[in-house]
Design a protein around this ligand. Sequence first.
Ligand code: GAF
Length: 388
Amino acid sequence: MKAKLIEKFVSIYGEGGEIRSFFSPGRVNLIGEHTDYNGGHVFPCALSIGTYMIVRKREDRTIRFYSENFSKLGVIETSLDDLVYSEKAGWTNYPKGVMWAMEGRGYKIPTGMDILIYGTIPNGSGLSSSASLEVLTGLAVRDLFGFEGISMIDLALIGQYSENNFNGCNCGIMDQFAVAMGKKDHAIFLDTSDLSYEYASVKLENAKIVITNSKVKHSLVDSAYNDRRNECETALKELQTVVDIKGLGDLSEEEFEKYKDAIKDPVRQKRAHHAVYENQRTIQAVAALNAGDVEKFGKLMNASHVSLRDDYEVSCEEIDVLVDLAWETEGVIGSRITGGGFGGCTVSIVKNDAVDHFIDKLGKAYKEKTGHEAEFYVVEIGDGAKEI
Ligand code: GAF
């Protein structure tokens, strides 16, 4: 892959100089959804699919971008003096945003770059193609210009900062953290209240992690996401009038039941209910997995889906069809929506000998019920972003 991409790079930008190559994965979250901006726990892992960057420094302040995925757009040119968001900059707003965020932290980028991107994460699938591109850019810029004192966690934070403040999605830290800190065959049990984390092995003996892409993405995802976040923040403020907490993740289920009437609006109460219970489910799920109880992990995944569907209302018809089909399929240990929601993917744990049947059955029935052609990925869990 790398050799082919370098060949393409040279055919576009010409020979010469030092050409470097980087890779950054996508991610799938196993459990702990919409908890990361509530000071709760998440449990994502990095995938072996992701985004490649081939890059070379220039001598002037021009930045040239080319993406194999958007080859029709050709080379898009900008400058280090023009790191501002614009509609027409399209996908390049992500790398531009990261460069802008790095400059804002005092890392002045001395020269422009020629950049080629190629991504293997299906677009709009909710497997974090944007976080992947953000961390990739931060890593490449850090290493190309020898910026010292920027850790992989800093790169995750820079990516999140640029997404929040340059691209306008008020996301939490989960995606960028998973992409930056991933570890082969492990998921990351991350406490988003203080960024402490542990790796847990998810190399299952008798089962596989299967992602099902609904190929559906409903519009207004970013605005609905920001709405959910606002609802949780308002609920938190209401709760803080009766109990001393920093985030919804600080509450146990019992405490929530005791104080929940401080949240005046029933919809907001449902949102907070999800955030509190999902956080507790995530803690229990990781404990179950570490104890070898995959069945319990699966049941908690199912409960997570119900809560995301009914309390948080971030599922959609197509995703519910996939999850319902999974639940009624023999050999499925657990299945739920994964990521921000409103389409995208489900994640399921499926017994080894049931995987072929699962793919065949869900593929056909989903097509019949919705008209869409689902895609399936039997997951390989990979490392975080790195130079290749
Ligand atoms: C999106 C966001 F980017 C994450 O921060 C997280 O909130 C997730 O939705 C929901 O768990 O992927």
